[in-house]
Design a protein around this ligand. Structure first.
Ligand code: HEC
Length: 113
């Protein structure tokens, strides 16, 4: 009994920071690359459900759906270079972690700031 509690404690120490770090990384990417066009990240995240974000920022195809959404729109021309870059494809999964964390149906209410 004591052992399992200890084990759980150790696990939470190991995994919580990893998850939080991923969400934080995604937020950083958002602030740097998306905010200038879309405004607050948590608000954008809350505009879709977790499932929709997972589709748009799918890990296997490296976020190609979200990229294409932009590459098809002339209005988003200034983002084309980024969405067509290796950098974007590498970080799409962090972005996904952030978006899913604050998705409409995630249960995490965005902070008012
Ligand atoms: C240069 C400006 C620009 C940048 C940078 C940009 N976007 Fe966009 N984004 C747009 C435009 C324009 C659209 C199309 C909106 C429309 O059709 O009215 C769009 C559409 C979207 C949509 C679809 C919205 C919907 O209604 O389904 C999402 C989600 C989105 N962007 C997320 C992001 C994320 C995440 C990033 C950062 C990686 C980002 N955008 C970077 C301009 C930008």
């Amino acid at each position: 009994m004591k052992f399992s509690v200890l084990l759980m404690f150790v696990f939470s120490l190991l995994f919580l920071p990893a998850l939080e770090a991923a969400v934080y990384k995604g937020q950083k990417v958002y602030v740097k690359k998306c905010r200038k066009c879309h405004g607050g990240g948590q608000k954008v995240a809350a505009s879709k459900r977790m499932r929709e974000w997972k589709k748009l920022l799918n890990r296997k195809n490296k976020g190609i759906k979200l990229a294409n959404l932009h590459l098809e729109k002339n209005k988003a021309k200034k983002s084309w270079k980024y969405f067509d870059s290796k950098k974007y494809r590498k970080r799409a999964r962090h972005l996904k972690d952030f978006m899913v964390e604050y998705a409409k149906d995630s249960g995490n209410v965005p902070a008012c700031n």
